[in-house]
Design a protein around this ligand. Sequence first.
Ligand code: SF4
Length: 243
Amino acid sequence: MSNIDYSAEANRLETLPALETFKWIFEQTDDAWISFSGAEDVVLIDLALQVNPNVKVFSLDTGRLHPETYEFIEQVRKHYDIEIELLSPDAEKLQTLVKEKGLFSFYEDGHQECCGIRKVQPLRKKLGSIGAWITGQRRDQSLDTRAEVPLVQYDKAFSTEEHSLFKANPLANWTSEEVWGYIRANEIPYNKLHEQGYISIGCQPCTRPVLPNQHERGGRWWWEEATEKECGLHAIPVKTVSA
Ligand code: SF4
């Protein structure tokens, strides 16, 4: 995988249907995993199953998700008859954080530390043993942080000297309207929080519904600057780098 020209492949796939990106992913590795957030990225699972019946899926169980999100993850597991591996934070690190700073330290000193323990570290551990991960990132989700997300990229943030992997974002060039058109047309399950004004869904204490005309990621970490509205999972969203 290290000799792939990801930039050229991203450009080539840009004009093709999303299923071609999935085919390309599974041609490169049989160990590509969908990172399912429990929101509208359920579309990833639906598409991937059309080209690969043995789809692998993981989800970050931060311990702070909405009850509706847990219910939705379970609904998706049953609907598609698939396994969803839940990744949990390191218990010791979590206990130390909560003991020293309490349960809501992110409102006082930013979300990075809590996201680091509840999301980034479990993700890093998982990515250290797989060939690729597939995300639901889209360019239209944030003009501040996601405007240049490519369809496929070498994952510079999570690759190491011993282990390299790539990241695929097959919905990068989809709009929110297209995602919801797909969900409705194919009658696939969705998180009930979407019916309550939530668009981008993360942890319960750090997500709120957005108002009309407010950008969708405006409901995430609303007490912080727009350019900070990433949790560290997508540390280098704009680079399409050849290894
Ligand atoms: S989104 Fe909020 S609760 Fe969830 S891991 Fe990040 S800071 Fe913690």
